[in-house]
Structure formats: C-alpha cells, structure tokens
Design a protein around this ligand. Sequence first.
Ligand code: HEM
Length: 394
Amino acid sequence: MIMVDQPPAEKNFVQNPYAFYRHILKRGGVCFWKNYNQKAFFNFDTINKIFKDKRFGRELPPDFKQPNENNLSDFYRIERNSMLELEGERHTRLRGLVLRAFTTKNIQKISKDIHTLCTQLLDNINENETDLIESYAKQVPVITIARLLGIPEEMSDQLLKWSNSMVAVYQAKISEASKDLANQSSKEFYEYIKKYVAERRSKPADDLITHLINAEEDNQKLNFDELVSTCILLLNAGHEATVHTIGNGIKALLLNKVDCRFLKEKEWYGIVEEILRYDPPLHIFTRFAYENLTVDDVHIARGEKISLVIGASGHDESRWDKPSEFTPNRRPLTHNSFGAGAHFCLGAPLARLEINLALKNLFDKKRYIKILQKPEYADIYHFHGLKSLNVEMR
Ligand code: HEM
C-alpha cells in the first residue's frame, strides 16, 4: 500500500482535490494517508461495499479508548446522542422516529413552499451584483429546515453560526481557539433548543419538533438529550451540505455553459445527480472496524479507523467514462455522495428537492448570469463549498 503525504488544509488541494484523487485512483485506489494516520479508500465499489457492511460502523467499539473530550464536553454531549454517531438499537430507534417526516411522499408536500421561497428570494436580489451563496444558496436550505422542524425563521443566521463553528471539529487538525468556539456554540445551541422545547410543550403544531416532544413525553421512545441532539443534527445536517451543493451546482452549470432553458423535470433530476457526483459537498467520512478483516487485500484491525473518500469515488474511471467532465444525465446515475447502508442520508429526498428547485427557479427566472470573480472554495477540506459566488444577472 502506498503512503501519501497530502496535507488536507493545503491551499491548492482544497481548491482542487480531484488531481490528488486521480493520482491515488490510478494506483489502485487505496493508500495510507499519513496526515490522517489512516488507511484511505477511494474506489466507488469498495466505499459502497464498506458503507453497507455491518462489520464497520461510526461508533467506536465500547471496549476501546473513547475520544478525548478535553475542551469539547458540550460538543460531545450532543454527539453522544446523535443518530449519526450511533449504531444498533439506539440508531434504529432514533432514525425511525424522524424517518417518516423525510419520506419522498412527505417531502413532496412542501415542494410548493420551497418553490415560493426561491421566487421570493430571487425577486429581492440585487441583480447588478450579488453573492449567490449568501443571498440564495444559504437561505433556501436553512429556512426550509427551520420551518420543517418548527424553529423560528429569524433564528436562521444564528443557526448558521452555531453550525459552522461546530463542524470545524471534523477537520484533521483543529486549533484550540476553534475547539473553544465549537464547544461554546454547542453549549449555546443546546441551551437554545432546551428553552425552546420548554416553550413549545404547551404550543403543539404540525411540525417535527412537536412530534419529537410527544415521543419524549411518552418516555419510552426518546430521552431529553436525544431530543435535543436530534433537533441539532437535523438543523446542521439539514443545511450545510445542501448550501454547498447549490453553490457548486450553479458554478458547474455556468462554467460548463449548460443550456438550462426548457429543461424537463427529469432532466433537472439528472443534473442534480451529476452535480452530486462531479463536485459533491462532503468528501470524506470515517468508519471503525468491528472485527479483523481484509478489504481489497488490505488488512484492517478491529477498532481501526479508516477513511472513505467519497469525493474521489465519483471520479472513479472504472465506473464512469471521462469522470472529470461534467455531463448532465450520464449513466450510471447513482453515486456515494449520500452514503449508503444504515446511515444513508435521511435527508436525501429533501436535499434533492431543494437543489432541484433552487437551480430550476434561478435559471428559469434569470436568463443571463455572469460570474464576476473567479469562485474560490472555502478553506475547509471536508466541506467542499464556495466562499462566495459573485454574479451579475438579469
Ligand atoms: C446535498 C445534501 C446532502 C448530502 C450530500 C448529505 C450527505 C450525507 C451522508 C454522506 C450521510 C452519511 C454519513 C455516513 O454514513 O457516515 C448523511 C447522513 C445524514 N444526513 Fe445528509 N446529506 C445532505 C443533506 C441532508 C439534509 C437536507 C438532511 C435533513 C435533515 C440530512 C440529514 C442527514 C441525517 C439525519 C443523517 C444521519 C443518518 C443516520 O445516521 O442514519 N442530510 N448525509
């Protein structure tokens, strides 16, 4: 197995990680990534297989030394009760409680509201110069998830701030200052949801928070910390990646000069899937092995943490022809960008709908969009999204 030294924070790498991915994919798609101190897998099939393999999971086996919670106790209070970090019975129970709200059928019911939100935002944009990330890509997902949960929309900016500082913890190396900020944000977010739940107990409505409060009052299905963590997970996971996909998508469509006029519903669906394959918002996930095993001739020890580079898996030549080209409606359509198996993205139907409507409304309403400055990605490798996207449009 080859050893690689590729700092994940390096400027050129963050702007274009695909050159490095191609290099590793050409050499078999597996390496020891020194900067993470982990074996890393890049091939589409291998990653898809590991996601679905019950001998791997997100939770460290209980008899292994748990992560050091120094300075991050408030952050881990949320993580410990978050379905994304759990396996087995607790994961199934928490996922089951929210799954119904996110089925394709239920999500389609809010399609009209998202469409209206997109048109309202576009009507209020300054056409001479606007940063589409701030004025549009961020607004659609954060307002939608706040509404779905039943959190006041005026909280949107604050939710973005808390979420942005919390996700910094997933970086390979994090400064003490960022740790403190992540922990402080976790504390404030926890306190906010706690206070809000107390208020909402007496004001039930047709929203997800009421449904979760009812489940908690039943006392069997959900405890209080699980209720808070579930809300925070849904609010955070419910916007970060979608914001970046809308931004990356607008960039890909404009730079590749895709003619978006007169596209049919089905064609938009294919475009969204191609964006998720070509330039996905999340590039790397991890798994722990629950037994000693071998994958692609590589030995993995029980308790070992490995990296799954899903951003690379969409550029695997053994699956796609000319993967570095942006080709709407290419086949096969499926990718690993929403994961697979037990933790498959619960919000995938919502994310697909939001991206679809955000792009369709933008390109239907604005027939001329010109990028004013070369778009740059933000300096965080694991969240691959643009810092800004300044355009002029009519
Ligand atoms: C383009 C947008 C999105 C992408 C690319 C994305 C990607 C992912 C991925 C890759 C995972 C699996 C992580 C793993 O297996 O380790 C995941 C899990 C999850 N996602 Fe998303 N996501 C997106 C949008 C959303 C939205 C809108 C929601 C709405 C609430 C959401 C909620 C979740 C939740 C709750 C989980 C955890 C599921 C579980 O552990 O069973 N995501 N997402």
